[in-house]
Design a protein around this ligand. Structure first.
Ligand SMILES: Cc1cc2nc3c(=O)[nH]c(=O)nc-3n(C[C@H](O)[C@H](O)[C@H](O)COP(=O)(O)OP(=O)(O)OC[C@H]3O[C@@H](n4cnc5c(N)ncnc54)[C@H](O)[C@@H]3O)c2cc1C
Length: 593
């Protein structure tokens, strides 16, 4: 039985009111993406997520993946579910029509992806990786490679992977050792990659690996890394599937969560060398990967929202069923949802889910505008906002998913610790999110360095100015909206003070960005989410004022109030932590630990 139902009403509300779908569909490139079409797409995706992917989630976790006769055995039902995904054209919904996609906004893709990740995150990693590989090929590969590989990848018949990590090269890609040697019109790739998600499986007919490797004459460090397309099966000139390439699965990792996604150790070129094709320029592989990084990080942030949503729904179901104690004002033993502390936990989960959704969808909409806004100047403005907030989306949404899935277990009491309820699986599955696609510490470094110091705080200053203007609206409003404003004012001041303090002190202390970056990033995430929840409350109030009787709107305002009253105050503590600097973090020398 599935314990997940896609929260379509909240998704559509956020798409309309926070991500401003209209500002995107008014762009010529998206003129066919009407509100009705978007609703229909979400409805169909919801059916697939609720009825097909979700019921496979827990059995998939129990079954895991293993190797039998050199073949990766996926959990029962996965191959059929993947076939349904492919047959209905879901792989290409956000890809441009020029390359055979359906040309819908990235915003719509993100909402649909949230459903895939909530219903079955381990399964949905396969299409996610394919999507990243498509983006790399579309942006950087030559036309021949594009023609040969993209159509079958966009249809989903062929899946894709990202091969960056090696035993000695995780965060530090400069240490990559996999070698590539020129051999006529292609290259021969030799080396070992670890932790490759869906690196080998039988769900798709071919697997297109995007592999980072180093040429013999390449400069040291990240400036000497190139990107190669290395297919499992070579592809003939007429596009048909050719011989098996010289690459193989060595083993599968046994891991804490996402059990049904095979995490592979891959070996390239044990015999004559795996045939690979250069994507982009030689020695420019890291730059090629960087062009995909924003979307990939946003996707993982979305996974944080999605797994939180699922944990929340699971906890609500349990809290409505489990009878324990007599709640105040009741004559008989009552379900635990009537106890204020359980209610607090559920509200905390709910508020973080909705705030994270607002943040991730807002970032997705900004991504659409950064690519397609009418003028170069507008595109630059939106790109600058995307660049600033992506590490916050990834860092905040995934760190908060740890909290939400942890609370999900707590709501279940002892049963949360027992695998049967599924709450433990969400906590285990969520744990990878703060690690892959750049750890939380690396997101913070990106924010404090590239995104704040490089432009001397300009992009952050522009964001703060926008938040201040909105806050004036709240403060001048009445009732709940004014309460939102009075809670938001000190938090916004804390973000401004932390920003100024960091910009003034970073030059004197080179450790500062890394030492207090995560605290700063979480402060920024709390304040930006409060802004978006405040905007949601204002929009909900308009629906109420227009005569709507739908409970969704007052509940939205209440959830925003909970966020600013019970989560946002953390920003004051985070300001103190930021301003405490690096001294007590760095004073004890490494040998003394
Ligand atoms: C289940 C799973 C799936 C994965 N899928 C893929 C995949 O499909 N393709 C792929 O290429 N990789 C994949 N990875 C690898 C993943 O991206 C790396 O694990 C991640 O980048 C971290 O690298 P690492 O494990 O070597 O940790 P390390 O780099 O050793 O980091 C250890 C700790 O040190 C910190 N740290 C490291 N360097 C710095 C620094 N300069 N400043 C501050 N702190 C630092 C980190 O934040 C972390 O807390 C996957 C990993 C897992 C577990």
């Amino acid at each position: 039985m599935s314990d997940y139902t896609a929260p379509t009403q909240d998704m559509l509300f956020v798409i309309d009111e926070i991500a401003s779908l209209k500002s995107i569909t008014s762009l010529p490139v998206f003129e066919e993406a009407t509100a009705d079409l978007v609703e229909a797409v979400l409805e169909q995706a919801g059916i697939l997520a609720n009825e097909v992917f979700s019921p496979l989630n827990q059995p998939g976790d129990e079954h895991g993946t293993f190797i039998e006769n050199d073949v990766v055995v996926s959990p029962p039902g996965f191959a059929e579910a993947y076939r349904q995904f492919v047959d209905n054209g879901w792989q290409g919904i956000g890809k441009s029509t020029a390359i055979g996609g359906q040309g819908l906004p990235f915003l719509v893709h993100s909402a649909v992806a949230e459903m895939w990740y909530s219903s079955n995150m381990a399964f949905a990693l396969c299409p996610l990786l394919t999507s990243g590989a498509i983006e790399a090929i579309e942006t950087h590969a030559n036309i021949d490679l594009q023609n040969r590989y993209l159509p079958r990848m966009i249809s989903g018949e062929w899946s894709g992977t990202m091969n960056l990590t090696e035993p000695q090269a995780g965060t530090d890609l400069a240490a990559i050792k996999t070698r590539a040697e020129r051999d006529g019109d292609h290259y021969r790739i030799r080396g070992q990659k670890i932790f490759i998600t869906w690196g080998e499986h039988e769900m798709s007919d071919n697997i297109v690996h995007m592999v980072l490797a180093r040429l013999p004459d390449a400069p040291e460090g990240v400036k000497g890394i190139s990107l190669f397309l290395v297919p499992k099966f070579l592809v003939n000139e007429d596009g048909s599937k050719g011989e098996r390439n010289d690459l193989k699965l060595v083993s599968l990792e046994s891991k804490m969560g996402i059990h049904s996604s095979p995490t592979c150790v891959m070996s390239y070129g044990d015999q004559e060398g795996a045939i690979g094709y250069l994507v982009g320029e030689e020695n420019n592989g890291i730059a090629c990967m960087f062009t995909m990084m924003n979307n990939a990080r946003l996707e993982v942030g979305m996974q944080g929202v999605a797994i939180s949503e699922r944990a929340y729904q699971r906890a609500v179901l349990f809290a409505k069923e489990r009878v324990q104690g007599v709640a105040r004002g009741r004559q008989q033993r009552s379900t635990i949802i009537h106890h204020p502390d359980v209610r607090r936990m559920l509200m905390q989960m709910r508020a973080i889910c909705q705030a994270g959704r607002a943040l991730a969808y807002y970032a997705s909409a900004q991504t659409d505008l950064a690519h397609h806004a009418a003028t170069e100047e507008d595109r630059k403005i939106h790109q600058s906002r995307v660049d600033l907030i992506i590490p916050i989306v990834k860092g905040w949404c995934t760190e908060m998913s740890q909290e939400v899935t942890y609370i999900g277990v707590q709501v279940h009491g002892g049963m949360g610790f027992i695998e049967e309820t599924g709450a433990a699986q969400y906590m285990r599955d969520a744990r990878i999110l703060t690690i892959y696609e750049g750890t939380t510490g690396i997101q913070a470094l990106d924010l404090m360095g590239r995104k704040m110091l490089r432009d001397k705080g300009r992009a952050m200053g522009e964001l703060i100015a926008e938040l201040k203007a909105f806050n004036r609206e709240l403060v001048d409003a009445e009732g709940d909206l004014a309460t939102l404003g009075s809670c938001f004012t000190p938090a916004l001041a804390a973000l401004e003070e932390a920003t100024d303090w960091y910009l003034q002190n970073s030059a004197a202390d080179p450790d500062l960005g890394s030492a207090i970056g995560v605290d700063f990033m979480m402060l920024a995430g709390n304040v930006i989410c409060a802004w978006l929840m405040g905007r949601a409350a204002v929009a909900a109030q308009k629906h109420i004022d227009a005569g709507s009787n739908d409970n969704y709107y007052p509940h939205k305002i209440n959830t925003a109030l909970f966020f600013v009253e019970h989560i946002l105050p953390r920003s004051q503590a985070q300001l103190v932590m930021v301003k405490s600097g690096s001294a007590s973090i760095m004073s004890i020398d490494a040998d003394s630990f």
